[in-house]
Ligand binder design. Structure first.
Ligand code: S3P
Length: 171
């Protein structure tokens, strides 16, 4: 059984989908952000503030490349766009891109708890411009995934069922 990697922009629902999918897949649910936090001994925000983004990306790559076989992995939003991360995921498992329109992402990301734990979000009330520009730059990487899933306005169980259905047909 292979790893399942869930990729996509911040706020696309990777963590929620990963939790449900791991129960179905019978495999542990891992989150690269949490693994980085465990390794660093501080939050992602603190890591960005004290050591900078480059250091975070280095740790993020390290945890990704040390993920055990057979897990459902929710990856950080920027992870697939860095170095060889996407190539590595494609060689190690099934990669899904949870695609959500920029406007919806901007709305979902505008909550105090979301802003508190995401150091890259700008302080502006309206995140639409930031999300549109950043998503446009990142989408070429996300679109390299094996499977592209519409994760817009659909309920999580429906998204999980679609992914489970695809996995069931794979070797
Ligand atoms: C990031 C997304 C975050 C986290 C870090 C950087 C990004 O994860 O890895 O703040 O570059 O998009 P989520 O996608 O879980 O918010």
């Amino acid at each position: 059984m292979k790893n399942v990697f869930l990729t996509g922009f911040m706020g696309c629902g990777k963590s929620r989908v990963a939790r449900c999918l791991s129960a179905w897949y019978g495999a542990p649910c891992l989150e690269t952000d949490q693994m980085v936090e465990q390794q660093a001994g501080c939050s992602v925000r603190e890591l960005f503030e004290t050591k900078g983004e480059a250091f975070f990306r280095q740790l993020e790559r390290e945890v990704l490349h040390n993920i055990p076989d057979y897990a459902v992995v929710a990856t950080g939003g920027g992870l697939p766009c860095q170095g060889d991360n996407m190539d590595w995921m494609l060689s190690q498992g099934h990669v899904f891109y949870l695609q959500v329109p920029a406007g919806l992402l901007a709305q979902r990301l505008d909550t105090p708890s979301s802003r508190a734990r995401r150091p890259l979000l700008p302080p502006e009330k309206d995140l639409s411009d930031y999300v549109r520009t950043t998503l446009a730059a990142r989408e070429p990487f996300y679109l390299r995934a094996d499977h592209i899933i519409d994760a817009g306005v659909r309920p999580t169980p429906e998204v999980v069922r679609e992914i489970a259905g695809i996995i069931s047909t794979l070797p």
